[in-house]
Design a protein around this ligand. Sequence first.
Ligand code: NAD
Ligand code: AKB
Length: 318
Amino acid sequence: MSELAGSRILVTGALGQIGTDLVKSLREIHGSENIIASDIRVIPNHPCILGGPFSVLDVLDEDRISKIVENENIRVIYHLAAILSAKGEENPELCELINVVGTRNILEAAKRYSIRVFVPSSIAVFGPDAPKHAPQITPLNPTTKYGITKVDCEIMGMLYWKKYGVDVRGIRYPGLISWQSPVSGGTTDYAVEIFHSAISSFQSYECFVRPDTKLPMMYMDDAIRATIALMDVPIESLSDARCGYNISGFSFTAEELSSEIKKHIPNFICTYKPDIRQRYADSWPNSVDDSVARNDWNWSANFKLATLVNDMLLNLKR
Ligand code: NAD
Ligand code: AKB
C-alpha cells in the first residue's frame, strides 16, 4: 500500500496541463474527497472542479495557504502553480514572482506544518553550455528567466531539506505531451498543438520551431507515474538529486513527430516558421541521462514516439 495512503493532499495550479491529469490519478488512488485541487483561476466544468473539492488559491497569498493547509489537514502538496518559459520571457518579473516567491511560500507552509512537497523542475535548468545529452550533475547556466527560476527552486528545495528537514522532492520534467487539457505559455507546446491541428479540418500545422529541433519529451502517462512514484518512495532511497531528478522519455525532432502523425493522417502538412521560442529550445539539451532516477527509485518510461502518437490521436479523436 502507498506510504501516503489516506493523506489529505493539496495540488496548486491544478487546472493546468499537469494538474488536470495528476488530480484525476490522485483521486483514483486516494479517493476524491482527499485531494484538494486549487488554482488562481476558475474554469467552470473543468474535471478537477467537478470531480472533487476545489479551492481558489493564489500561491502568493501566504495566509490563504495556511488556512487551507490547517482547515483541510493537508499532509502532502504537489505545487504545480507556475509561469512557463515562453510566457516567462514575455513577463520575467511575473515569472520570478510566481515561480520563486510562490514556491518559497509553499516551502514555508511545508516547514511549519511538516508537509511533504513536490516542486517540479524542468529541462530548462540546463543552458547552452550543458552537454547535449545532459547528465544529472553539470553546471546549470540557463539563459531563460524561466530556467533561472527553476534552478532557484531546486536550490531552495535543497536548502529547506538540509536546513529544516522539509521533505522536498522534484523532477526535471521534459516537454510533456497530453490530450486532456490545452497547453499555452511553454516552448514545447508545438508537440501538443500539432496533434490538435492534425485532427482539425485543416489537417495542417505551422510549427514555431525548425524541423531539426530535437528536445527531450515525455507522454503525460509516464510523467504522472514518475511523479506519484517519486512522492511514494521511502525517504532513504533519495540522493542529492531529490529536488531535480532527470527523467527521460524519448527525444524526437519536430519533423520526426510530423512524419509519425502523417502515418495516421496522410494528408497532414506541417510547415515551419520559427519564432523567438526557437532560441529557448536551442538552449536546452537534446536528451537527458536519467541513470540516477533509475538507480534511486527504479524509474523507467513506457511510451515511445509511435505508441504516444497512436494514443494521442485515439484519445483526441474520441
Ligand atoms: P500550466 O501553465 O499548464 O499550469 C500552471 C497553472 O498554474 C495554471 O492553471 C495557472 O492558472 C496556475 N497559476 C498561475 N499563477 C498562479 C498563482 N499565482 N497561484 C496559483 N495558481 C497559479 O503548467 P503545467 O504544464 O501544468 O506545469 C506545472 C509545473 O510543471 C510547472 O512548475 C512547470 O514549470 C513544470 N513543468 C512543466 C512541463 C510541461 O511540459 N508541462 C515541463 C517541465 C516542467
Ligand atoms: C516549457 O516549454 O516551458 C515547459 C518546460 C520544458 O519546462 N514545457
